[in-house]
Design a protein around this ligand. Structure first.
Ligand SMILES: *Cc1c(COP(=O)(O)O)cnc(C)c1O
Length: 425
């Protein structure tokens, strides 16, 4: 059994458990900052390098602020994410707006904030013109269709709802230019949670080739190529993280062969990663409240799928550490469950763990991205708090847990109960 390292020491987690009610998320500021710096440093050769953090991964103002301080922009895809950025002081070209099936009010907000707008379809060009006017700089999202294969989470590009075909791209840039757009970018995203560096190098190469083609076809010079997100993280023990330097060197080689050789240098290279930026630096901390032995052995947590959907939704693996029992033999097999009336509300199935007792603290690894944010309120289960271990060693609550009042806030109980019970929630 290879144990996976946590971003926190056991005593740091225990301290947070003593102070705050479980379940909660705990993020590591130092880990996030150091990783952000490594990522940026790997691409220091790029004339205009930018990472736009995918807000949906961890939409918390304190996390966004930390990343903004490290020089990252924000990648938004909804009105709420745009407003969140605005309220954190992240505006203008620090925002990339990569949406799809976009409502007009979202385009209007993106225009109001001066965000870089990345269009998902050729029909969005007249739609945007009509509802918010065209900006000077515009980006289009490319879907390579059958020319690329995707991976498990994102699926095959030709089955994906995102982006324009290659033929539509040429048409879209031409029309945009005719309608007065002056500056252009190109975007794609073909992987999710991909650990193979060569995948990203191949994506860059594909994008460089299109930049060369568009120059030849239309005389258009792209200002930047946005390679999207999708860099994976080692969820399972023994998996290796993506080596940023390896990705960078591979992209650099293709850049020299295609961009420099065709006199298109300089051209910006952007990413909009979420998972790899914060994923390994957050954990979900939960307490064991029940044990059950029937046809299988179950361990019941005070967290459920509302707090972390990935295992239930994708069958995703999240490593689990039982605090204080790291060195015990992992000789018990459990299903680790939540409390929803949904049989897929399980954090792990047939997982070998040390013997678990009621009251044990269970730490679910690598939940710093697409963890809290994916949650929902099924069964009226409430979303938990988010805590940040700051660089000075102090724990700060950066989002309180939901209360029943939050949950009932959209309901109208007026006149339903004579005795005033409407107020008692
Ligand atoms: C989800 C998403 C991302 C971030 O993906 P990660 O796997 O977290 O890196 C980036 N861009 C777009 C358009 C997305 O939908």
């Amino acid at each position: 059994m290879i144990e996976k390292a946590l971003p926190f020491s056991a005593s740091e987690i225990k301290k947070a458990v003593d102070e705050y009610e479980t379940p909660f998320y705990l993020y590591d500021e130092k880990g996030i900052r150091e990783n952000a710096r490594r990522f940026k440093a790997a691409f220091s050769w790029v004339p205009d390098f930018r990472e736009y953090f995918a807000v949906k991964a961890t939409p918390n103002p304190h996390i966004l602020k930390i990343l903004h301080e490290e020089g990252f922009g924000a990648d938004c895809s909804s009105l709420a994410e745009l407003v969140l950025c605005e309220r954190c002081g992240i505006v203008g070209h620090d925002i990339m707006f990569t949406s799809n099936n976009t409502p007009s009010e979202e385009f209007r907000k993106a225009r109001e904030l001066g965000a870089i707008i990345n269009l998902d379809d050729i029909s969005h060009l007249p739609f945007l013109k009509e509802c918010a006017g065209l900006p000077e700089l515009l980006c289009f999202r490319y879907n390579p269709g059958e020319s690329r294969s995707g991976n498990f989470i994102i699926g095959e590009p030709k089955e994906a709802k995102y982006g324009l075909t290659r033929a539509q791209l040429t048409e879209a840039y031409k029309t945009a230019r005719d309608w007065g757009v002056k500056r252009f970018g190109l975007h794609t995203m073909v992987a999710s949670n991909e650990l193979d560096s060569s995948f990203f190098i191949e994506t860059a190469r594909m994008m460089f080739e299109i930049a060369v083609e568009l120059r030849k076809e239309l005389g258009i010079r792209l200002e930047f190529l946005n390679l999207g997100g999708g860099i994976g993280i080692p969820y399972k023990p023994g998996e290796k993280p993506v080596d940023y330097m390896e990705v960078s060197e591979g992209i650099r080689d293709a850049y020299n062969r295609l961009i420099v050789a065709n006199s298109l240098d300089p051209i910006g290279i952007y990413f909009e990663c979420g998972r790899v930026i914060t994923g390994p630096y957050g954990v979900l901390v939960s307490k064991v409240i029940h044990k059950k032995e029937t046809y299988k052995n179950y361990v019941g947590l005070d967290a459920c799928m509302v707090n972390l959907m990935r295992p239930g939704m994708y069958g995703a693996y999240h490593h689990i550490t039982v605090l204080g029992k790291e060195d015990w033999p992992h000789d018990h097999m459990y299903d680790v469950t939540g409390s929803l009336c949904e049989n897929n509300d399980k954090f792990a199935i047939d997982r070998m763990l040390p013997r678990i007792d009621i009251g044990d603290i269970v730490v679910i690894h690598d939940t710093g991205a697409h963890g809290y944010s994916m949650g929902f309120n099924y069964n009226g289960k409430l979303k938990c708090a988010e805590l940040l271990l700051k660089q000075d060693g102090k724990v700060k609550m950066i989002r309180r847990a939901e209360t029943l009042d939050d949950y009932f806030a959209t309901l109208d109980f007026e006149g339903l109960c004579e005795t005033g019970c409407a107020r008692s929630a």
